[in-house]
Design a protein around this ligand. Structure first.
Ligand SMILES: NC(=O)c1ccc[n+]([C@@H]2O[C@H](COP(=O)([O-])OP(=O)(O)OC[C@H]3O[C@@H](n4cnc5c(N)ncnc54)[C@H](OP(=O)(O)O)[C@@H]3O)[C@@H](O)[C@H]2O)c1
Length: 348
């Protein structure tokens, strides 16, 4: 039955979110937005930042009024006052940095993707378990109100049997961007593709089968990928990601009873509409495209989990992150993308 209103976003009570002391590793582009969201949209505290360069750490610390500027991750991890570490380094540093932070007894929020591949992600999961610490992939969209409402619509079966998910995520990058750098695990898969495979998994579950085709950007970096996934209940996902061009970034979830259309960028705050299959009823979700301020939801979720003594997030579990990376591994196997760190048989 088509609902009369959209579900209400579920959010923990402010009293259940302890004010924790955060350290940031990798003060780059996303870390700047993260610091802004944390400072201005949560009750959390920034107490330390680390960079490979002391001067860069100091500049970031000055900007965001952070008391401790550290040269190198180990200097940050040795500080007792850091409760939880946000890792915002390039993809191929997530695994070693995350392992180090957990080994130092810190809770950790690791930028997406959690690691380069499922094997590394499973090793992070083991270490988090051994240290009894929370480890979560910063798949920030999963924690936003929009995704929570969509998750409830799916749980309530409002769309009926799901048949098709169509989504794209293409962005134009200049050649100097890290995404073209083979030594930083470049290419769209781990970056833009995280949102596509994360969303298709959230809607349809881990895929049963994948067919992928790729196009190189350079001799060592992939430039675009198109993917066709089948999911356990029969849904197909048709996905494209490219770093050559801007694409609309829309997503469509088509069910037997209703269709949900998300404006681009589908994973970021913005509008969607839900229309019944007979076109008689439509519900609208409307919100400002305040993309980076909504990083506050993942930040508060982490503090809430730690406050409750959880070692895994009920919203973005490590099993979900591993399932996403398993799908990415299969895509890369089919298009022949192997990262530097994977050139040997063991985890690097
Ligand atoms: N949630 C989101 O919306 C979002 C958006 C963009 C990116 N991301 C993710 O966040 C991560 C960082 O992306 P970004 O765009 O912020 O990258 P970025 O601007 O290049 O920043 C990465 C930071 O990592 C540090 N770093 C450590 N080792 C490095 C190395 N070998 N080479 C280069 N930098 C190194 C650098 O800090 P120092 O030089 O100071 O050490 C640098 O500032 C990526 O994994 C990406 O997928 C998430």
């Amino acid at each position: 039955m088509f609902p009369s209103t959209l579900p209400v976003h579920r959010r923990p009570a402010a009293s259940d979110i302890p004010a924790l002391r955060w350290g940031i590793v990798g003060p780059g582009w996303i870390a700047d937005h993260f610091a802004n969201a944390l400072r201005h949209h949560t009750q959390q505290r920034l107490v330390a930042v680390s960079s490979r360069s002391k001067a860069k750490a100091e500049a970031f610390a000055r900007k965001w009024e952070i008391p401790h500027a550290c040269e190198g991750i180990d200097a940050l991890l040795s500080r007792d006052e850091v409760d939880v570490v946000y890792i915002a380094t390039p993809h191929n540093h997530h695994y070693p940095d995350g392992l180090r932070a957990l080994g130092a007894g810190k809770h950790v929020l690791i930028e997406k993707p959690l690691a380069l591949n499922a094997l590394q992600a499973a090793a992070l999961q083991q270490e988090a378990c051994r240290q009894n610490r929370l480890c979560v992939e910063a798949m920030w969209c999963d924690f936003t109100p929009k995704y929570d409402v969509i998750r409830q619509l799916l749980e309530d079966g409002v769309l009926g049997d799901l048949h098709t998910l169509i989504a794209d995520h293409g962005e134009f990058f200049t050649p100097d961007h890290r995404i073209f750098n083979a030594d930083l695990a470049g290419g769209p898969m781990l970056d833009l593709g995280s949102y596509l495979l994360g969303f298709s998994g959230l809607v349809g579950g881990a895929p049963d089968s994948i067919v992928a085709t790729g196009q190189p950007a350079t001799d060592r970096v992939n430039g675009q990928i198109s993917m066709l996934l089948t999911h356990p209940q029969g849904m197909h996902s048709v996905l494209n990601t490219t770093l050559f061009s801007n694409t609309p970034g829309r997503a469509v979830i088509a069910g037997r009873d209703a269709t949900l259309v998300l404006d681009g960028q589908f994973y970021a705050p913005g509008n969607f509409r839900l229309t019944s299959s007979d076109n008689q009823h439509t519900l609208h979700w409307q919100e400002p495209a305040n993309r980076y301020t909504q990083l506050c939801h993942e930040i508060e979720h982490i503090a809430w989990c730690i406050g409750r003594g959880l070692t895994d997030s009920p919203v973005r579990s490590l099993a979900t992150s591993i399932a996403t990376l398993t799908a990415m591994d299969e895509v890369r196997r089919q298009i022949g993308v192997v990262f530097n760190e994977e050139q040997t048989a063991t985890i690097q």
